[in-house]
Design a protein around this ligand. Structure first.
Ligand code: ZN
Length: 468
């Protein structure tokens, strides 16, 4: 028996019986949280966001979390609380968010979005899985542990954000300001879902981002293409030449040095990806393209999860109206984004792309390059102790070893934890993969919810055994 288990923290009779006894009360509390229409993106719901923060803070105090505060950010507050009495044990930063997406179109909902109902093993409401359900699961796991044992097996610092669904506008500044207070060994974010087929999974990596706007300028105003064509540069032509030179037809990015820092996947990574159920033809058909593209030597899932990319997101310039207009446009523009993987640095990739564009741009035009945004890629290796502990907890509770998923997209808060706090993150999410997040009829599986609470309790016990 490990030290943690010997303390009876998880998988023990007391905890199991407590969770069984409190099922009804738990559901009522979950529903009460779901009834608060905390839509962060709609200003008219600001008071509701505040009410959700207060609800969550009161819950945290009631179950025994300490130093609970509603921390102002300039926008919707962050709710913070901690429990730090597990001397010598790891400290984990736990993240979820209490705000939700708007609910339009309302007429497509089977029942009102803020009047939760349980039907066929599902609880239906806005926020049921993204992310109030997962927030609530964490609180219930903490409650059960403290109620049955009077202590937690690890130290927890819990933050619940209120602006995740509206771009986390104030989060980075808040993290910067609270860097010392948030010091931890690693972070756990519960805001992701299981894999297709509701298979337990852990998201081990997310791609980062650098977003660029390129503006090319020629003459002061649009010119007559008959009177000037042939003697004066055309910025749209130049922009197209530059854009075309950034990437080869086979999908490989041509910017010198672009791949230099890319972490090569380990054998373990490749095996884990190959284990994912994936049907390439069905994937292609679901998108509606005649064929897929991608870097030679990599599978589709590797291209999506392990390799960086570069895409033009928009391009404009010159005459776009109906019929002909014979001009040499005065300017042309493109928005270009690169998805990055570990260990690429957005700042450095921006410099590489900008440097290459400088080489490509002819003297016949002027141009500017702006950096519109970025985010760090993140990777928590499959063999990281915090990941291994999560895998053990999932297997012990859901009865199946988890799949390891590499997301092609980004979760900004994950990038911020990596970039600002220097923390590795375990993405331990429990939402059903088809849970209709951001859409009408969002739902959470009651099995995932109940079992997930036990997984989280078990996880803290597993983490307690990690050497610091
Ligand atoms: Zn979310």
């Amino acid at each position: 028996m490990t030290d943690a288990q010997s303390q009876g923290v998880a998988g023990d009779e007391e905890l199991v019986s407590y969770l069984d006894r409190t099922r009804e009360r738990r559901l009522e509390s979950f529903k009460a949280l779901l009834r608060i229409p905390s839509i962060s993106g709609i200003p008219a719901h600001a008071a509701d966001c505040r009410a959700a923060a207060e609800f969550v803070a009161a819950d945290m105090r009631a179950i025994g979390l300490e130093h609970v505060e509603i921390s102002e950010t300039g926008g919707h507050p962050v709710v913070y609380g901690d429990w730090l009495a597990a001397a010598g044990r790891p400290t984990i930063l736990v993240y979820a968010h209490y705000d939700v997406q708007p609910v339009d179109p309302l007429d497509l909902w089977e029942s009102p979005p803020f009047e939760p109902v349980v039907r066929d093993g599902r609880i239906l409401a806005r926020g049921a899985s993204d992310d109030k359900g997962q927030l609530h699961m964490h609180l219930r796991a903490i409650e059960a542990l403290l109620a049955t044992h009077g202590k937690l097996p690890v130290n927890l610092k819990v933050i619940f954000e209120g602006e995740e669904e509206s771009s986390s506008v104030h989060l980075d500044a808040w993290l910067e300001a609270n860097r010392e207070k948030l010091k931890s060994d690693f972070a756990v974010i519960s805001d992701t879902s299981f894999f297709e087929g509701n298979l337990p999974s852990i998201t081990v990596s997310l791609r980062g981002l650098v977003y660029i706007q390129l503006d090319v300028f020629g003459s002061r105003v649009d010119l007559h293409s008959g009177a000037y064509g042939g003697a004066v540069e055309n910025p749209v032509n130049v922009l197209c030449q530059i854009v075309a030179a950034l990437k080869r037809p086979d999908g490989r990015v041509s910017v010198p040095g672009f791949y230099d820092d890319v972490a090569e996947p380990s054998h373990l990574d490749q095996q884990a990806l190959a284990r994912l159920p994936f049907d390439e033809d069905a994937y292609r058909d679901s998108i509606g393209v005649p064929a897929l593209i991608g870097e030679p030597g990599y599978t589709v899932l590797e291209r999506l999860g392990m390799r960086p990319t570069l895409d033009v997101n928009g391009i404009w310039g010159g005459f776009e109206g109906e019929g002909p207009k014979t001009i040499i446009p005065a300017h042309a523009h493109a928005k270009i984004s690169c998805r990055l993987v570990a260990n690429q640095d957005p700042e450095q990739v921006f410099q590489l792309v900008a440097g290459y564009i400088a080489k490509l741009a002819p003297r016949t035009v002027r141009y500017t390059i702006q950096r519109l945004g970025d985010g760090m890629p993140s990777l928590t290796p499959i063999d990281h102790p915090a990941t291994l502990a999560a895998a053990r907890a999932l297997e012990a509770t859901f009865g199946a070893a988890p799949l390891y998923v590499r997301e092609g997209g980004s979760i900004p808060v994950c990038a911020s934890f990596e970039g600002i706090l220097g923390l590795k993150t375990v993405l331990l999410g429990f939402a059903p993969p088809d849970g209709q997040f951001h859409a009408p009829n969002e739902w959470m599986s009651m099995t995932n919810y109940e079992t997930g609470i036990r997984t989280i309790a078990r996880y803290w016990a597993e983490v307690a055994g990690i050497e610091r």
